[in-house]
Design a protein around this ligand. Structure first.
Ligand SMILES: [Fe+2]
Length: 208
C-alpha cells in the first residue's frame, strides 16, 4: 500500500482472515455490506461510479468479494500522481479552496472538506467530483476545471482495471488513489464487504 497504492489478494480469504487483515492495517472505522438495493447512495445503485476518493478520514479501503458465481464487475483505480502529472507544473493552492460537500454515510448530515489539504510533508486529496460545492472565486474555478481535465486525460490513459473474484480482497490507499467501478447489471447479486480503515502511517502523496 505504501509502494504501489493498491493490492489485489488473489488467494481466497475467509471472512475471519479478511477481518484480521483489516485489523492489522489500522483502525476499522466502518464495516459495511455493499450490494444493490433501492437507495439514494450511489454505492448501492447499478449505474457506473466514476473515479473518486472515499471520505477524508479513511486511509485504506478494503473490499472482500463474498458471493460465488457472480461475474465480477471491473474495479477501476487511478493514481492521483497520474492526475498531478497531467496537471503539470501549476500552482495547486487554489485547489485548497475547492470544497466537496458530501452526506456523511453514518448519520446523513452534510459534511464539507477541501479537495486539497496538507499535513506535515504530505498532500491529501478528497475528490468526489459530483459533490463539488460552489466555487469561491474565479481562480479556484479555473484550477478545478483544469484538475477535472487532467483527471479525464489520466483516466483515459492510466486507469487500472481489476476483477475481484469470490473470496478475493482488494486493498486501496485512499490517500494516493482514486477508485470507481463499471455499471452493475440491475439483477446482480454482487455482494462485497467493505472496510474503511484509518491509519495515518500509510504513506500519502509527497508535498509539492
Ligand atoms: Fe468509493
Amino acid at each position: 500500500l505504501d509502494r504501489q497504492g493498491y493490492c489485489l489478494i488473489e488467494e481466497r480469504l475467509s471472512g475471519e482472515e479478511f477481518l484480521e487483515l483489516g485489523t492489522a492495517l489500522g483502525t476499522i472505522v466502518r464495516d459495511e455490506a455493499i450490494r444493490l438495493f433501492e437507495s439514494a447512495r450511489r454505492v448501492h445503485r447499478p449505474e457506473r461510479i466514476e473515479l473518486h476518493t472515499d471520505p477524508p478520514h479513511v486511509d485504506v479501503v478494503a473490499w472482500h468479494s463474498i458471493i460465488e458465481g457472480e461475474p465480477p464487475v471491473p474495479s477501476e483505480i487511478l493514481a492521483l500522481a497520474e492526475v498531478l502529472a497531467e496537471l503539470g507544473d501549476v500552482d495547486l493552492e487554489p485547489l485548497a479552496r475547492v470544497e466537496m460537500t458530501y452526506p456523511d454515510p453514518v448519520d446523513e448530515t452534510e459534511r464539507a472538506a477541501p479537495l486539497l489539504s496538507r499535513s506535515g510533508d504530505q498532500m491529501k486529496f478528497f475528490c468526489i467530483p459530483w459533490y463539488a460545492g460552489a466555487l469561491p472565486d474565479l481562480e479556484a474555478a479555473t484550477a478545478w476545471n483544469r484538475f477535472l481535465e487532467a483527471l479525464e486525460r489520466a483516466r483515459r490513459a492510466k486507469t487500472i482495471r481489476l476483477d475481484l473474484h469470490a473470496g478475493q480482497a482488494l486493498l486501496l490507499n485512499n490517500r494516493t488513489h482514486l477508485h470507481g467501478r463499471a455499471a452493475v447489471p440491475p439483477a446482480s447479486k454482487r455482494f462485497l464487504r467493505r472496510l474503511w480503515i484509518a491509519n495515518r502511517e500509510i504513506a500519502g502523496l509527497p508535498e509539492r
